[in-house]
Design a protein. Sequence first.
Length: 131
Amino acid sequence: MTKTLLYIDDNHVDIAIIKAMQDRYPAFGSITYSTNAEQSISYIKQNLQNQEALPDVIFLDIYMAPFSGWHFLDEFNDMLPQIGKNIEIYIVSYSILPKDMHRSKQYDTVKSYFAKPVSKEAFMSFRVGSN
C-alpha cells in the first residue's frame, strides 16, 4: 500500500522543496499541501468517519500563525480516540532548539522531528518497502 501525506506548512519555499522531492524521489502515493493548520484540523474532524480521506502521514511545521503546529497537535490529540486510523506525525521545522524537540516528544503521535529542509534520505525513508 502506498502512503498518503498531508504536508502542513505556511512556507511556500518548503512546499516547493517537498514537491520537487516527490517528483524526483516518489515516496508517497499522493501529497496534499496545506498552508493552514486550522483548516487541516477541521478537515480531519469532518472526515473522522471516512478513513480513506485521512492521510497516513502528516509533516507538520510547528511555527505558523495564527494557528501553530502546537495548536494542531493539541486538537489532534483531543480527537485521537475518534480517529480509527493510525496517522503518523513528523515535525518539520527550522527550529533546532532543544526545547522544541523536547516538547514534540510530549506527543505520542509525533514519531520524529526533521530539521528543514527535509533531507533526501529522510524523505526517501517513506518509500514503499523502506519502512
